[in-house]
Ligand binder design. Structure first.
Ligand code: NAP
Length: 248
């Protein structure tokens, strides 16, 4: 069977590493991005080096119309979707809960939770045997934040990732006998740009003494777990979580 994967937020960091590894494994790849077209096109180009189809598609996963258009583009340009990675995620500047306003909380929930749920919806409509599909696999990119809560940094983001964990559990059971597996990875401190959006580009370096392995993780180390969960080797894994956090 032809494998077609959609990776939200695939223009950099963990999403880009996942796109490249998926291409290496023979998937046709859709690299979704929100703003950075040049970076997304470059990742799609890197994927094509592995002789697979690859496209870069702009869509804000928090916007329902964008999500619908994104999945339709995959249908038309790559064919039947077999794998979804809900990777797009944001956080905002480090702050305490007492200093967060409703606008910030809504933005964080919209991308991390609503975006993941909308993409799951579109994937299930295509993959479920209930709708005439041939099955597939979904991996949600959660975070260790879901179980530690990220006090003094971003409890809003941690709570959003807690919701992603619950989405993973509930949906995995809902579609388990419809040919779809739904799992999650929970990265710890991984070297990407996301820490700069929290106002601290050097966050991993500062916090690495707290990690049992005493180092941050690489996006490729998360991508490897995502690709395993999507693969037939993980055929009996659903509702499962892999923590990639150096022992934290
Ligand atoms: P990153 O380097 O900041 O990259 C974020 C990606 O998401 C970019 O491709 C960005 O696109 C895209 N994006 C942002 N908002 C979007 C939206 N509304 N719609 C579509 N795409 C959007 O992030 P990362 O560190 O690789 O994180 C990837 C995932 O891992 C996130 O879910 C994050 O919460 C999770 N995670 C990361 C860490 C870590 O330490 N890095 C730890 C735990 C969990 P543009 O380039 O166009 O803006």
């Amino acid at each position: 069977m032809e494998h077609v994967i959609l990776i939200t937020g695939g223009s950099r960091g963990i999403g880009a590493a996942t796109a490249r590894l998926a291409a290496e494994r023979g998937y046709s790849v859709c690299v979704n991005y929100k703003a950075n077209q040049a970076a997304a096109e470059e990742v799609a180009n890197q994927c094509r080096h592995f002789q697979v189809n690859a496209i870069a598609v702009q869509a804000d996963v928090a916007m329902e119309d964008d999500v619908v258009r994104l999945f339709r583009t995959v249908d038309h340009e790559l064919g039947k979707l077999t794998a979804l990675v809900n990777n797009a995620g944001i956080l905002e500047r480090q702050a305490r809960v007492e200093d967060m306003d409703a606008g910030r909380i809504a933005r964080v929930l919209a991308v991390n939770v609503t975006g993941s749920m909308l993409c799951c919806r579109e994937a299930v409509r295509r993959m479920s045997t209930r709708h005439g599909g041939s099955g597939g696999a979904i991996v949600n990119v959660s975070s260790v934040a879901a179980r530690v809560g990220s006090p003094n940094e971003y409890v809003d983001y941690a709570a959003a990732k807690g919701a992603v964990d619950t989405l993973t559990l509930g949906l995995s059971k809902e579609v388990a006998d419809e040919g779809i597996r739904v799992n999650a990875v929970r990265p710890g401190f991984i070297d990407t740009d996301i820490h700069a959006s929290g106002g601290e580009p050097g966050r991993v370096e500062r916090l690495k003494p707290l990690i049992p392995m005493k180092r941050g993780g690489r996006p490729e180390e998360v991508a490897a777990a995502i690709l395993w969960l999507l693969s037939d080797e993980a055929s009996y894994a659903t509702g499962a979580f892999i923590d990639l956090a150096g022992g934290r």
